[in-house]
Write a protein that binds this ligand. Structure first.
Ligand code: ATP
Ligand code: MG
Length: 391
């Protein structure tokens, strides 16, 4: 016995020739996401994908995994029978007994991929509908049903499904290129990573820290957070752990109100260099307008001028509450709120909300920011590869 789902991809349908590539990408992504389990197969199936798992695998486990993969509009558990009208009728009744009560308005919607099937689609609708009505006592409602029981008849088999479970939508991971996420220990940037992955981008991460020693660096909560973001996809990614110590040492003698902005420009420039190594065309941050002192439009502007790469900000219009509830869904919230000394926490007590580019450049000249950057990139980057190989 096995458990079968059809998977319907939403937006993919729009994209002409790319469609085949996207479909293949989604097939690969689903296979990878179930890669730790045995005997799960994913294939293309008419205008859907089909996922087959051993019956021993719990439905809730399969559904939880599918509902986190970008590019899926909805999925549905299906009953598969031989394409014979009496078997289809029996399967429909068995399904109806589970999900249709006397108060449920339902309709049957049949499509035939095999035009040689002896009944037309409306004939199947009527025949099966009458039987379901007899058994359940439920009324048929063609215009506003609570349940639509779909029957799709093909040459090899008939497929029945009624319970459509929403996916997260978006585009399959890997269909939109790679980005480098500026990843802090806070609540926002993991959510930014999640949202950009939902648009199909693969991600690497870069984090600036004040940790000492390889073990502390490799054991930092940041590593777990990056793993947590990648885990639903079992996707691999790189996490660059960059020490902010040289920068902090250079800044220490100064008591500047623009220190936070200078730091942000510094990490953006360092990130742009790391991005170039993998020909990564964009950076991502967890900034949203107005949230904290460094995120006024003026400061965002001054920070953005530190690089030619576009900086994507998936959270730009979101409220903190929306971000927090997403962080809980992604599963990073608990780690985010654990105490952690972020380099930012050292900076000015009264940060400038309207940093002037000239003042910022003066500070950069005073600390010899270019030299600090070269030193940092040459000696203070630890690259961690995150992957989920094996079962
Ligand atoms: P977060 O919760 O993501 O830390 P935040 O609300 O604390 O965001 P800021 O501290 O102003 O906001 O950071 C804004 C963005 O700058 C972060 O979302 C992240 O993309 C980047 N950033 C901040 N600190 C670091 C860091 N130490 N390493 C890497 N990126 C960082
Ligand atoms: Mg932060």
């Amino acid at each position: 016995m096995s458990r079968t789902y059809i998977v319907h991809y939403g937006e993919l349908g729009l994209k002409g020739r790319n469609r085949i590539t996207f479909e293949r990408q989604l097939v690969n992504n689903i296979s990878r996401a179930f890669g730790d389990l045995e005997d799960v197969t994913v294939s293309r199936f008419h205008s859907y994908l089909m996922v087959t798992c051993p019956a021993a695998l719990r439905a809730s486990e399969v559904e939880a995994r599918l509902s986190r993969l970008p590019g899926i509009a909805y999925f549905a558990p299906v009953t598969v029978t031989a394409p014979k009208v009496e078997l289809i009728r029996a399967a429909a009744v068995a399904m109806a007994e589970d999900i249709i009560s006397p108060a449920t308005r339902f309709r049957i919607r049949t499509t035939r991929g095999d035009k040689r099937f002896p009944l037309t689609s409306p004939e199947v609708d009527r025949e099966v509908g009458a039987q379901v009505q007899r058994v359940t006592g439920a009324p048929v409602d063609l215009s506003e049903p609570d349940v639509t029981l779909a029957i799709q008849i093909y040459e090899e088999a008939a497929y029945l499904f009624a319970r459509r479970i929403p996916g997260i939508g978006g585009l399959p991971l890997g269909s939109s290129g790679r980005v480098l996420v500026l990843f802090s220990g806070g609540i926002d940037s993991p959510v930014a990573a999640h949202l950009i992955m939902k648009r199909g981008c693969t991600v690497d991460f870069v984090h600036f820290h004040l940790l000492r020693g390889r073990e502390r660096i490799r054991g930092a909560k940041i590593v777990s957070m990056a793993r947590q973001v990648l885990a639903p996809h079992r996707a691999s990614g790189r996490l660059y752990m960059v020490s902010a110590a040289p920068f902090e040492a250079a800044m220490a003698p100064l008591d500047s109100r623009v220190a936070t902005v200078v730091f942000r420009r510094f990490i953006v420039r360092a990130a742009a260099h790391l991005a170039a190594q993998r020909k990564t065309p964009a950076l991502v941050t967890g900034e949203s307008v107005g949230q904290v002192a460094s995120q006024t439009l003026r400061n965002i502007n001054v920070i953005a001028r530190a690089t030619k790469l576009p900086i994507l900000r998936p959270l730009v219009g979101m409220d903190k509450q929306e971000i927090i509830s997403l962080a809980k869904e992604v599963g990073t919230y608990e780690l985010s709120i654990q105490p952690y000394q972020d380099p930012c926490s050292l900076h000015a007590r009264r940060p400038a909300t309207h940093a002037r580019l000239r003042a910022v450049r003066d500070v950069e000249a005073q600390i010899a920011a270019d030299a600090v950057l070269q030193e940092t990139l040459a000696h203070h980057v630890e690259e961690i590869r995150i992957s989920f190989e094996g079962r």
